[in-house]
Design a protein. Structure first.
Length: 133
């Protein structure tokens, strides 16, 4: 992965504030993710390593990850599949998102990863609330 983004602290603060009140994503983060999707995905995985709450993991999936994949799924296709295979927290966040703008071929490919692991998006959403983080 790349070096830590200076946006990570800003994003983590946004997540914590979002739990209290629904706040829009800061413009700096939205612009960063639109312009640099691979680096944004790296920011998301680092944020997932930092947080210790199911609420925050879910917020990442419903927020920045969902936005990123709805905008840039094709360029992140392989990276997302690899993260789904190897990163439990990423699977939890992914399971929390809704990807209505992603090509169904990609969604099917990613859901096959869940099946190969013996799980499903729904099962991972439930499991998020039962594992120790």
């Amino acid at each position: 992965m790349t070096t830590p983004s200076p946006l990570l602290p800003e994003y983590l603060e946004h997540l914590r504030a979002r739990l209290r009140v629904r706040t829009p994503l800061p413009d700096s983060l939205a612009h960063f993710c639109t312009e640099q999707p691979a680096e944004c995905l790296s920011l998301i995985t680092r944020a997932l390593q930092e947080v210790r709450s199911p609420n925050l993991i879910q917020a990442i999936g419903e927020g920045l990850l969902q936005n990123l994949l709805n905008e840039s799924s094709e360029v992140l296709r392989a990276e997302v599949a690899a993260l789904l295979r190897t990163n439990e927290r990423f699977r939890f966040a992914f399971a929390s998102g809704t990807f209505s703008s992603v090509d169904t071929v990609l969604i099917d490919e990613w859901l096959e990863v869940f099946q190969a692991l013996g799980t499903s998006k729904q099962a991972e959403r439930k499991r998020l609330w039962t594992v120790a983080l």
